[in-house]
Design a protein around this ligand. Structure first.
Ligand code: 5AD
Length: 346
């Protein structure tokens, strides 16, 4: 019964809210396996057995925001804060380039120390030194002017998860100073400017309902982002949600496959959160239709400090130096790393 709804999703690329709600409420292991298999087929049709790699550089763990779920929130006093210098960021890129990376993802907290001009300068320098690479930014909410400046300086992609499309839920996850409307506005601006844009959610974040997830799926269907980031919520110590439960592996994999079936060409990472939640998380994500992994290129001594959640996977296959172990892990499930830039524009 549910499998015929999955077939319908695969054929038409869409389902009604009621159908999505029905699947998310009632799926069992068999349906999950079936959905993962269908999604994998779609992914293989588009990308073959190739997985794109992106080098993640964590610029700063200072953040002016105070999201209740996030380990580097402003009012977490326990975090040892750091910022990378421009030179060490460029060093990370050089290191990454040698290893074969052709996309650099600069992620960071919303840290006013990195002014718009400062970010633009870093982007320009990377662009100049690596003309054949993609530059992805993941630096939160900025002004339209700033987003335009970064784009002009050479950035191609921007990741900004909407986190939830339900206003009330957004308020339950963020303090008053943060605005749902501004988050959505930023995403529309990014798309308009011409960025390959990524958005997404955490699965199982506190107060999330099935209806919320259905609304997230529909929002993403309408936005048509090039990239979709989806991982389980992981309770992070020293945050207001420290005692909450982690998100579910099965629900994350189900949603990942639904996104793949609805967006055959989208770039969907098998996230670090997924790899942290379960030892097979990384592989399971790929087997559910993901086609991107983002190993960590940050300087090793800073890595542990960028702790959005505890015990973040950062070694072996999660790290840039561990590309060989990633290769082996992928090989075991019949996949291989692609060294292509891996662009996608709708
Ligand atoms: N668990 C899982 N993901 C998290 N993020 C932030 N905190 C957590 C957490 N505790 C995700 C958010 C953010 C992205 C950079 O990391 O979705 O957008």
């Amino acid at each position: 019964m549910l499998t015929s709804t999955i077939d319908k999703l695969k054929d038409s690329g869409t389902l009604s809210k009621d159908e999505l709600c029905h699947i998310l409420t009632n799926f069992d292991r068999k349906t999950l396996d079936y959905t993962n298999r269908q999604a994998r087929e779609v992914s293989q049709k588009t990308f073959g057995n190739k997985i794109y790699i992106r080098g993640l550089i964590e610029l700063t763990n200072y953040c002016q925001n105070d999201c209740y779920y996030c380990g580097i929130r402003h009012s977490n006093p326990v975090v040892e804060r750091y910022r990378l210098t421009k030179e060490s960021i460029l060093e990370c890129c050089r290191e990454g380039y040698k290893l074969g990376f052709r996309t650099f993802v600069m992620q960071g907290g919303e840290d006013p120390y990195f002014s718009d001009d400062c970010i633009a300068d870093i982007v320009s320098c990377i662009r100049e030194e690596f003309p054949n690479c993609a530059i992805t930014l993941s630096l939160g909410e900025k002004s339209e002017k700033a987003y335009r400046l970064f784009f002009k300086s050479g950035a191609n992609r921007y990741l900004l998860r909407h986190e939830t499309y339900n206003r009330l839920h957004y308020k339950q996850l963020h303090p008053k100073a943060m605005s749902f409307d501004n988050r959505i506005k930023c995403l529309n601006i990014l798309k308009n400017i011409g960025y390959q844009t990524g958005t997404g959610i955490m699965v199982g974040v506190p107060f999330q309902t099935i209806d919320n997830l259905v609304d997230d799926i529909k929002f993403i269907e309408n936005l048509r982002p090039e990239m979709i980031g989806i991982g389980p919520f992981l309770a992070s110590k020293d945050t207001p949600f420290a005692k909450k439960n982690n998100g579910s592996l099965d629900m994350t994999l189900m949603l990942l496959s639904i996104f793949r079936l609805m967006h055959p060409k989208a770039l969907i990472p098998s996230t670090t959160a997924l790899a942290t939640l379960s030892p097979e998380g990384r592989q399971r994500g790929i087997m559910a239709g993901a086609n991107v992994v983002m190993p960590n290129l940050s300087p090793t001594e800073q890595r542990r400090k960028y702790s959005l959640y505890n015990n973040k996977a950062a070694l072996g296959a999660e790290s840039a130096e561990g590309l060989l172990s990633l290769k082996n892990l992928l090989k075991e499930i019949g996949y291989e790393i692609s060294l292509e830039i891996g662009d996608f524009q709708r």
